[in-house]
Design a protein around this ligand. Structure first.
Ligand SMILES: Cc1cc2nc3c(=O)[nH]c(=O)nc-3n(C[C@H](O)[C@H](O)[C@H](O)COP(=O)(O)O)c2cc1C
Length: 379
């Protein structure tokens, strides 16, 4: 079966099987962006089941862009924490990939301190209660690109096998590509071609910082659910340009790999997502066709069984990322491998007190998971 077979990336690195732990924010790092023992244990236990690769939780590149109380790769002070993270992620020898991000307009004011929210344009996110950011100056845009470069260098020094740029889910890279969030009229916005400039500059600088032998990847939301958002046709053009940069894979971020359903920006977790911009073809198939073998394609969203994983591969993916299934059942992959899927835990235990200890989930993460009913299943 393809899912258990190895794959060699453009960088020459090999992944032993096609299962990858999706980036999963635990919201439970120390305030200074260093990893806590409980979040390392969350990762270690799941990685130990033999995933081909493990992607870290979103790790900030600048203090002013923090959307979570997660890990940082913003300065040398983060290096030893990053080393410990890479080690935990390699518990069974899988590839360790650091996901790096900036929150832009969805950074959390309580985390960024005195600094003001900054984003491509002075337009508030659709999230309830969102504050209006100020538009970044051209110098600040250049300096954010340099921060992504610095974070990639730190990842290399810390011993990661590669870096994934978080270009999805309404964070800053996504915002620069979005006509809803980016109404600049300089090099970084004003036309579809110019809205591509920031994602492409970040991808190029990360590739340069890593060198040709480490894995460079980017995660993309393939279209925006909002009526005036970018379409699949737009992101196929971006994907084509990204594929020219010798990346190792492009990851398609969806809630359910079977549906063309990205996460809406104003998402309320106990209601179904309103879909307006839905293309007829699967974004996974569309991206695979545009990429045409120049790099690998990773799918995610709703993968709960081996059949699901094979289904995503049939649509054109080379790899699958697994999120909620592995949050809820740390031994998910072992059960899939031993064909014991009937014993997979289908939801978080009813008794809240059991969740943290039994499943090795840091307590702040338990609180955040339970605040999103309907998104994380409960038994
Ligand atoms: C608790 C939790 C935290 C997440 N954190 C991140 C993150 O840090 N970066 C990211 O790109 N996606 C993040 N996601 C999205 C997942 O990586 C994944 O794309 C999504 O949950 C759909 O896949 P699934 O159905 O297998 O969970 C998170 C999802 C969950 C459930």
């Amino acid at each position: 079966m393809v899912v258990w077979s190895p794959l060699r990336f453009n960088s020459g690195q090999e992944i032993a099987n096609r299962f990858v732990i999706a980036p999963l924010t635990t919201n439970s790092s120390h305030e200074d962006g260093t990893a806590t023992e409980s979040e390392l244990e969350f990762v270690r236990r799941r990685a130990a089941t033999g995933f081909g690769a493990v992607i870290s939780s979103a790790t900030y590149v600048e203090q002013g862009g923090r959307s979570w109380q997660g890990t940082g790769a913003a300065h040398n002070g983060h290096l030893s924490s990053l080393r410990r993270l890479a080690e935990a992620m390699r518990a069974a020898g899988g590839l360790a990939i650091l996901q790096i991000y900036d929150g832009g307009r969805i950074a959390r004011p309580d985390l960024i301190g005195e600094q003001s929210l900054r984003a491509p344009s002075a337009i508030a996110s659709l999230r309830p209660g969102a504050k209006t950011p100020r538009a970044m100056t051209a110098d600040e845009v250049e300096s954010l690109i340099a921060s992504f470069r610095e974070a990639a260098s730190l990842a290399r020094k810390a011993g990661f096998d590669g870096v994934e740029i978080h270009g999805a889910n309404h964070y800053a890279v996504h915002q620069f590509f979005s006509p809803r969030a980016n109404q600049r009229v300089d090099h970084w916005g004003g036309s579809l071609a110019r809205r591509m400039n920031f994602p492409l500059a970040v991808a190029q600088t990360v590739r340069d910082a890593l060198g040709p032998k480490l894995i460079a990847r980017i995660r993309i939301t393939p279209l925006e659910a909002e009526r005036d958002g970018y379409t699949l046709e737009d992101s196929k053009l971006l994907c084509d340009e990204l594929a020219k940069l010798n990346l190792d894979y492009i990851s398609v971020s969806l809630d359910d790999y079977r549906l063309s359903r990205p996460t809406g920006e104003a998402r309320v977790y106990d209601r179904p997502v309103e879909r307006t911009n839905t293309p007829a073809e699967s974004p996974i198939t569309a991206f695979a066709r545009v990429i045409a073998g120049r790099c690998a394609v990773m799918a995610s969203g709703g993968i709960k069984t081996c059949v699901d994983a094979e289904g995503a591969i049939k649509l054109g993916a080379d790899l699958v990322a697994v999120g909620r299934a592995v949050v809820v059942d740390p031994e998910w992959l072992s059960k899939v491998r031993s064909k014991n899927e009937a014993s997979i835990l289908a939801g978080l235990p009813k008794d809240e007190l059991q969740i943290a200890d039994a499943l090795s989930i840091p307590p702040p993460m338990v609180t955040y998971l339970l605040s999103r009913p309907g998104w994380i299943p409960r038994l």
